[in-house]
Design a protein around this ligand. Sequence first.
Ligand code: ADP
Length: 192
Amino acid sequence: MINIVLFGPPGAGKGTQASRLVKKYNLFHLSTGDVFRFNIKNETDLGKLARSYMDKGQLVPDDVTIQLLISEVEKHPEVEGFIFDGFPRTQPQAKALDEILTQRGTSIGMMLALEVEEEELKKRLTLRAIDSGRPDDADPAVVQKRIQVYNSETAPVLDFYRAQGKAVLVNGVGEIDTITDRLYAEIDAVIG
Ligand code: ADP
């Protein structure tokens, strides 16, 4: 059993790869972006709040996001391990995640950071907008803002896990299957 942070900029392929990893390692996929979109679809108060940030390419505030994460983790006491996708996105979120897992008697085993350069991300998000129906993918100004927010607020999370010796960089460019194999190899090296 292992808890994994799947990390990377918007469009790096976190969601695609997470759905493969959960099957192979019997993990639970927890995507904060998916939970926010579920709430938007169901027109909850949380959804309305989250939307006001997401539509602009900004992060939902830490206090709201951390509370959401805690309640999602608590909803699934039976799971053997989580893949956190899109969380943590700030250093305070990373610290909170450590605390939540410590309380459950567990911890993050590794952070897998998908590396994809900016021009490729923009191409992928533009393509994804056609199928995803996500307004934050369709507007180039919002995409640019998300990448900028990633660079300023989220990239430092890598240092947080580096300091713990848990960060593993993975080339996120290539065939989807090839990238999955790279991730499998890194996970297998850690779980033995
Ligand atoms: P992507 O990684 O492709 O940008 P996500 O689905 O992970 O897509 O996130 C979409 C949006 O949801 C983000 O731009 C942000 O507004 C919000 N969001 C998701 N996760 C978080 C988080 N951990 N903290 C703050 N905001 C978040």
